[in-house]
Design a protein around this ligand. Structure first.
Ligand SMILES: [Zn+2]
Length: 252
């Protein structure tokens, strides 16, 4: 088996153990051998993976009499393991394995500051191979992101999203509701602001219309620099958000 980053660890016993140790494969958990050996769990994969039997033999370390020497056999074996993995992590045992990885932050954390280091879960945008690489899902802001490794250009290519599937992350959160954050947790020291103004949740004055804010701005602008009025943006609705942001500049 070739790989760009083989460790050549002599004490690695099986293909699966070797596979899991490869750089960039940290998101995978170990699929039980007896799960892979159960034909029921492999239903339909024969039609998706070329050289299915040879790939299965590789994964299970079964000596192959046909001695397949196919350039893309490693990729096909990886695809097969990945698709089996996507099914396995929907089982109770697979879910528990992924949960352990989640709890130690193996999948990384949400990059959004407001999410305060919320751990994320791997997610596929589709269940089909070659549709999209794996993403990570933050339950706090309900968003998906590229994994941190990708953001740091750690690897040129990421794993296929189909190796994790579109269901797993959300099923895990349903199975373990305690994992689901009840609401956004404000980052300590972080003050939510709108157009530069601090947002107050309680005792806040009634919200004012953008038109009223713009009128305030114009009044203030007129009194500040007598004469030099801003180009006429005469109160059209299109200019409204623009006007609100200008209020920040005017009062700063
Ligand atoms: Zn988030």
């Amino acid at each position: 088996m070739s790989s760009s980053s083989t460790d050549d660890s002599s004490d690695v016993e099986s293909w699966i153990e070797w596979f899991l140790l490869q750089e960039g494969h940290e998101f995978f958990c170990e699929v039980d051998r007896n799960y892979i050996e159960d034909n029921f769990n492999l239903y339909g994969l024969r039609n998706i993976i070329p050289n299915f039997r040879a790939c299965l033999n590789i994964i299970l370390d079964v000596a192959d009499s046909h001695n397949i020497d196919h350039e893309s056999i490693d990729q096909q074996a990886m695809d097969l393991y990945g698709l089996i993995h996507a099914r396995y992590i929907l089982t109770k045992r697979g879910m528990e394995r992924m949960l352990r990885k989640y709890r130690i932050g193996e999948f990384g954390v949400c990059p959004v500051m407001e999410c305060a280091g919320q751990p994320v879960l791997p997610v596929g945008l589709r269940d089909q191979l070659r549709y999209h690489e794996v993403m990570v899902y933050c339950a706090r802001c309900n968003s998906v992101f590229y994994p941190a490794q990708k953001q740091q250009n750690y690897r040129e290519e990421n794993l296929d999203g189909a190796y994790f599937g579109s269901t797993f992350a959300h099923l895990l959160l349903m199975q373990y509701p305690a994992l689901r954050p009840s609401s956004r947790r404000p980052t300590p020291g972080y003050v939510p602001r709108v157009f530069g103004f601090r947002v107050r949740s309680q005792n806040a004055p009634p919200p004012r219309s953008v038109d009223a804010l713009e009128a305030d701005y114009k009044k203030q602008k007129l009194s500040n620099d007598a004469g030099a009025v801003a180009p006429s943006t005469s109160g059209s609705q299109v200019a409204a958000p623009h006007a609100a942001s200008r209020i920040k500049l005017g009062t700063a």
